[in-house]
Design a protein around this ligand. Structure first.
Ligand SMILES: Cc1cc2nc3c(=O)[nH]c(=O)nc-3n(C[C@H](O)[C@H](O)[C@H](O)COP(=O)(O)OP(=O)(O)OC[C@H]3O[C@@H](n4cnc5c(N)ncnc54)[C@H](O)[C@@H]3O)c2cc1C
Length: 554
């Protein structure tokens, strides 16, 4: 049965174009006569035409393991397609002629050009495409099924990967889904094989990683290894997506490679409340999804599960080596690979992130734990600052460190304040051991390594101030880094970073430019950056004007 979204937003999902709009489209397409029963599009077709019904009707069928489902019947003035049509990627539905008539067909390159130039049609088409993808995601029907267990980390990785990349799939859990046994029998799978992905046409992939899933499900556009791009953006968090949107909208040829899923750290945030223009907050995934569509609208090519392992900076054009051995070439590079918080090896960490587990102690988080107890894990200055700040509003703050004290890792003035504050208790030789709760964190346990004693308390707020590690391993030897491994840029570059062997131009580096001419770094990966969504977006967009200047001088 089609889901609620199809009922509630049918008009926006399946709008009818006016005669004037159809006439504008007509100039770009070709008319095709249709016969009943004729299949115009099969699931999995790439680079399929964008179809507009001129007369007669078309059925949109969504295949699934239990048989196809009719989503909608398109009649005159309505159009087929969704996000994959715009990207030239494999689609999910079968389009079959119901009543004979005529359709207008536009190829995918023409469709992309159209949404960049015709603002009115762009709005109608993109809204419909986005809603249709959301509808597919929520439909509970797909040719692609993931069978796994909620207790398996490999399953969780695949679920997150598919969900964060907005790929429609059916999720079955071996622990409580009765349909699983029938599929096990039908496809000769055993519980030892999970996670299993059953793909289009019933192909079975046992325990695949995200790279093979992306390849099997054809989630990415083709990459031409011979093509030299104006700019390759590495990382599709807020900074990389902003760089892609601005560069592509200003006519540059942009390729984005992203190791996992678009959105980066922000994509894992349940609600971002401090991003300009969203007074009631927006989920990281919704924000990233919009930016992803926007980048594609302007023609950027985006690839997920594409991990950069090396920057080849001794050659021009530059090249980026991907983990599957492919090379992509570019005249300029934007490094937007962000940072990762050091993860604690503890169950349920991901589950409670944003729901009791925090990586920042701003006024926002402080309000959440007003009058309640909070735990800070970490002994650095950020942990000390957070403790002093939170002690103003929280009932009590506990700092937990594995070490014997704070002297090695924290500034003296902060240690003194902590010692003088009756609202802060320091637990040395202590480790967090368990996180529990239902929809949010409610109870934690910790253990003292000196006494072996384990304690459990009803505490619902844990701040992990264990430090961020920049994702710069792939840059080895290419650009100057600071002592923590973050990329130095612009005025932060020192004389020794710019020795002639590395820096040849007569000019000084531009703002956000690294010690390699034409290689820029933006967002959390950059030394001295403000670790926020808005600043990452700002830097990603600002760097594009300097990319233009560099390209103009080549
Ligand atoms: C749970 C959580 C909640 C947050 N909430 C807020 C908030 O409410 N407000 C706020 O302002 N900030 C918030 N932040 C901080 C904010 O998300 C970051 O500052 C922001 O995402 C940084 O953007 P970025 O693009 O620089 O890097 P990231 O978001 O880290 O993105 C970097 C991307 O690069 C990819 N990548 C890494 N290495 C490679 C490689 N070798 N090859 C290809 N791709 C690679 C990663 O997979 C990632 O997608 C939050 C952070 C977290 C973790």
């Amino acid at each position: 049965m089609v889901n609620e979204l199809y009922q509630k937003r049918r008009e926006q999902m399946f709008p009818r174009l006016t005669a004037a709009q159809l006439a504008r489209l007509e100039a770009h397409g070709k008319r095709l006569a249709t016969q009943p029963g004729q299949v115009l599009v099969e699931p999995g077709d790439r680079h399929r035409d964008f179809l507009v019904v001129l007369s007669g009707s078309l059925e949109i069928m969504l295949p699934g393991l239990a048989g196809p489902e009719l989503l909608h019947v398109l009649t005159a003035g309505e159009f087929a397609g969704e996000m994959s049509t715009l990207r030239g990627l494999a689609g999910f539905t079968r389009i079959r002629v119901r009543a004979a008539g005529e359709v207008l067909a536009l190829d995918d390159a023409t469709l992309r050009a159209l949404v960049q130039t015709d603002a009115e049609l762009s709005e109608i088409l993109l809204r419909a495409f986005i809603l249709r993808r959301v509808g597919l995601m929520n439909s509970g029907q797909s040719e692609v099924t993931l069978i796994g267990s909620r207790h398996s980390a490999a399953t969780l990785t695949l679920r997150e990967f598919l969900t964060r990349n907005a790929f429609p799939y059916v999720n079955l859990d071996v622990d409580d889904d009765p349909a699983v046994q029938e599929l096990f029998d039908r496809f000769h799978i055993g519980v030892d094989d999970i996670p299993v992905v059953i793909g289009r046409g019933g192909q079975v992939y046992k325990n695949p990683d995200i790279h093979s899933v992306a390849a099997l499900l054809e989630m990415n556009p083709e990459v031409d290894a011979a093509q030299v791009h104006d700019v390759v953006v590495v990382g599709a968090g807020p900074a990389g997506l902003a760089a892609a949107v601005y560069a592509a909208s200003e006519g540059l040829d942009v390729l984005v490679v992203e190791a996992v899923a678009y959105g980066g750290q922000a994509g894992t945030s349940s609600k971002i409340e401090n991003y300009l223009g969203f007074p009631t907050g927006i989920s990281g995934q919704a924000l990233a999804g919009r930016a992803f569509v926007q980048a594609q609208k302007f023609g950027a090519s985006l690839n997920v599960a594409s991990h950069a392992v090396r920057l080849l900076c001794d050659q021009r054009p530059y090249a980026v080596e991907l983990s599957d051995g492919r090379m992509v070439k570019a005249r300029s590079i934007v490094i937007a690979t962000g940072a990762q918080y050091r993860r604690l090896d503890i169950d349920n960490l991901q589950r409670f992130t944003g729901a009791g587990i925090y990586h920042a102690a701003t006024h926002l988080e402080a309000r959440l734990c007003q009058g309640e107890e909070a735990v800070i894990v970490g002994g650095g200055n950020s942990a000390g600052q957070a403790a002093v700040f939170l002690a103003n509003g929280c009932r009590h703050v506990h700092i937990m460190v594995r070490a014997a004290g704070l002297a090695e890792s924290m500034s003296r003035y902060l240690i003194r304040r902590i010692e003088e504050s009756p609202g802060i208790t320091l637990h040395t030789h202590t480790q967090l051991t368990a996180l529990d709760g239902s929809d949010r964190l409610q109870r934690i346990s910790w253990r003292s390594s000196s006494t072996g004693e384990e304690q459990a308390r009803d505490i619902g707020h844990v701040f992990l101030m264990t430090g961020a590690v920049p994702n710069t391993g792939w840059l080895a030897g290419c650009v100057a880094l600071d002592e923590k491994g973050f990329v130095r840029t612009g005025p932060d570059l020192r004389g020794e970073d710019l020795v002639p062997a590395r820096w040849s131009p007569a000019r000084a580096p531009h703002l956000l430019e690294t010690s390699m001419p034409g290689v820029f770094a933006v967002g959390d990966v950059r030394a001295g950056s403000v670790k926020r969504v808005a600043s990452a977006v700002g830097e990603g967009s600002v760097c594009v004007q300097f990319v233009h200047r560099v390209l103009a001088q080549l």
